[in-house]
Design a protein around this ligand. Structure first.
Ligand code: ZN
Length: 475
């Protein structure tokens, strides 16, 4: 990574009292670069977005396999949001929302080739402007400079190859630690990582393939092999009958092995930060951009539906010096993270946005009304395979399907999440008034967003990326 000094460093005298103490503590080990400078803002902030990690495959969210106890250095002393939703079932709009605090209906970075506008307000820009040294490593080929995701980062390491061939997380954390060792000399840093092992084809290095199950995952399921291509990308839904129990078992094992490997490597990364004296005082966020369907509703992968398994993501937030685990059950969204970090870090609140600060929940304060029962909207925008919207208010969730890979057109699905969290029973036929009320609220929210959008921008895909995305059904 090329290193450029922050152009925006400025004194942060307002926070000095507590922060100088914090810096002295953090700088105590032998490799202390020198006395803390009073200009140092703080704390260090680490944001990890594990691509395609659905919440319920983590041990902490109730998964029966021990996929993620290696994350305990974080999860034993973080707030776990039990019910965090992504506003979109794929990377580009989800990360755009996480970065900007705008919903997809407003930022419109919701297609392959769509880019964040220049000078987009982002989390990284907020932190850079306030004096943090900012760095990013993304192995997702959508999250690139060309698409404008580098805005606000002093250093941005992207990956331009095929999604399924992204480098391993070990390469990412090695690089990240080199960057940290350099960046910490300048003061507080903000590091964002987006690893890809949990994205198909669920690649795990040979020496780690037996770590979860005592043997490598069973073979039998081929990520976007001919059968999956036919089923998901050519609309041949009758081939669903050929998906066997052995294939599902294999898929689940492959996915969980990738989750476990990611947890092991992230656990090592957290330990390395701890060894450097950087862990206790850091603000750490671990989440995902979206989930993955593992045939929960007869399909596979993501960007083909708006069911829970593709929208519900893990969210852990460890505040500086937090010692105890907490749980928040109220539904929240990735859209909330920018406003949350702004409040926690005493940055100027975003001038506008669709998210709400979750800081009261993290502090254990009473939950404000604005965070209760608000509509959480998601949209699917895969032109040939799934176009639709969903709205969630409290326990009601309505999915409005314009068209889907299954050949469904202009249909709705209504679920009662309290009685039916896995969304097995569509209630829409028996409850037309509930459907209409949710549909009307959805329309109102989407119209308001469409009336005040960010400027639109597009970029040219290079041919290799275009071919790779075509092969995965993205185009
Ligand atoms: Zn993704």
């Amino acid at each position: 990574m090329e290193r450029a000094r922050s152009r925006y460093a400025q004194p942060r005298s307002a926070r000095l009292g507590a922060l100088v103490a914090l810096v002295v503590l953090a700088g105590a080990p032998a490799c202390d670069p020198g006395p803390a400078t009073p200009e140092r803002p703080g704390p260090d902030v680490v944001l990890i977005v594990v691509d395609t990690l659905r919440a319920d495959r983590l041990t902490q969210y109730g998964h029966s396999r021990d996929t993620s106890s290696h994350l305990s250095r974080l999860t034993d002393r973080a707030t776990r949001f039990e019910d965090c939703r992504s506003p979109a079932p794929w990377t580009v709009p989800a990360v755009a929302s996480l970065f900007t605090g705008f919903a997809p209906g407003r930022h419109r970075v919701d297609a392959v080739g769509a880019a964040l506008p220049e000078h987009a307000p982002t989390l990284a820009s907020d932190l850079q402007r306030a004096g943090w040294t900012t760095g990013a490593i993304s192995f997702n080929p959508h999250i690139t400079r060309g698409a404008g995701f580098d805005q606000g980062f002093d250093e941005f390491l992207g990956y331009r190859g095929k999604a399924g061939r992204a480098p391993d997380l070990r390469a990412m954390t090695r690089r990240a630690l080199e960057w940290v060792d350099d960046a910490r000399e300048d003061g507080a840093f903000f590091l964002y990582l987006q690893p890809m092992n949990v994205h198909g084809p669920y690649r795990v290095p040979d020496d780690a393939r037996s770590a979860l199950l005592g043997r490598p995952p069973r073979e039998g399921f081929e990520f976007f092999g001919p059968l999956m291509q036919d089923l998901m990308n050519r609309g041949r839904v009758e081939r669903r009958d050929e998906v066997t129990a052995e294939m599902l078992e294999s898929l689940g094992e492959q996915y969980d092995t990738a989750v476990h490997h990611s947890a092991v490597e992230l656990g090592r990364f957290f330990a390395a930060l701890d060894e450097r004296g950087l862990w206790d005082d850091a603000l750490v966020v671990l989440t995902a951009d979206h989930g993955e369907e593992l045939f929960d509703h007869g399909g596979f992968a993501h960007r083909y539906s708006l069911h829970r398994e593709v929208l519900q993501v893990p969210l852990f937030v460890k505040l500086p010096d937090q010692r105890e685990a907490r749980i928040v059950t109220e539904p929240v969204s990735l859209v909330d993270l920018r406003a949350t970090l702004a409040e926690l870090l005493e940055l100027p609140a975003p001038a506008s946005g669709d998210g709400r600060s979750l800081a009261p929940m993290l502090r254990g304060d009473p939950i404000p009304d604005a965070l209760r029962d608000r509509p959480l909207v998601a949209r699917g925008s895969n032109p040939t395979r799934f176009v639709g919207r969903s709205i969630r208010i409290a326990d009601d969730e309505l999915i409005v399907i314009e068209r889907s890979y299954e050949g469904v057109e202009n249909a709705v699905r209504l679920y009662d999440l309290a009685a039916d969290p896995e969304q097995r029973h569509d209630l829409s036929r028996g409850q037309p008034r509930r459907v209409e009320a949710l549909r009307q609220t959805l329309r109102t929210v989407e119209e308001e967003r469409a009336a005040h959008p960010l400027p639109e921008r597009r970029y040219r895909l290079d041919p290799a990326l275009r071919r790779a995305l075509e092969a995965l059904g993205y185009l």
